[in-house]
Design a protein around this ligand. Sequence first.
Ligand code: SER
Length: 325
Amino acid sequence: MPKNDMKKILITGAVGQIGSELTLALRKKYGKENVIACGRKTKPSDGLLKSGPFEYIDITNRETVEQVVKEYDIDTIYNMAAILSATGEEKPLLCWNVNINGLYNIIEIAHEYNMTRVFVPSSIAVFGPETPRINTPQETILKPKTMYGVTKVAGELLGDYYFKKFGIDVRGLRYPGIISSETLPGGGTTDYAVNIFYEAIKNKKYTCFVKKDTILPMMYMPDCIKATMDIMEADISKLKHHCDFNISSMSFSAGELADEIKKHIPDFKCDYKPDFRQAIADSWPQSIDDTAAKNEWGWKPFYDLQSMTKDMLEKLGKRNKEGKL
Ligand code: SER
């Protein structure tokens, strides 16, 4: 029978794009000593280090995770460590090892230590060219053509299997591209939607690695954090899905994003030189139907293209003035 208390939280990938902001949000909610941030190699920022405990672990090495779980009496894991889609195409074996063998270690440890809950992120990368691309349904064809997508489909199935078979309360969301101002993403196909802001502010020009008319679903970080914390607190008796919730907030083309930035920085120039990531983007949906998330746990995003762009430019502009960009 799934338990309810989330008192001692371990977060893997805590130095990454989502992990770094999620850690601070979780510390605010659950107390700074109760959220153990973990990374593999990258040095954490001072802000992250000063805000609570930090440990080095490698999720592909089970013992390193178990040690921290025992030391801090962990009952909840957010497994944010992953290799993203573009790096995954360059290093498919590494992608499989981290995203599948690493995830397997995390879920097995959660089972063995009778944990309350595990969060396992999924992605729009679970879809592929055979999937309907507009308003992609919750239940649909999952035949991704990237190694990252393959690992994300398997991860959803593994989480659902452990829930059904062993009662381990694993939950997950299919994140769209995440746009954020604190930590840069690394190795993803949707990274252009973050890089464009930094370059617009620093150099007033950007060369985008997907075509101008490439439309993808995106989400601003505050909504991503809200969705992640909300699904983990949702009443389990209302959930029909567990590890595979579609979530949506905004969709736009690379050209529309550049135009929106131009409204604030009129001399900003964007040109387009598609590379291998274009094929990945073309295999993903343009927009997502998230009715199940709305109905089962009340999902509702706040930001749209206009409000996200304004906020990003304000935040990055301020950091640039302070010489910290
Ligand atoms: N943002 C991710 C990527 O581009 C998708 O989940 O790989």
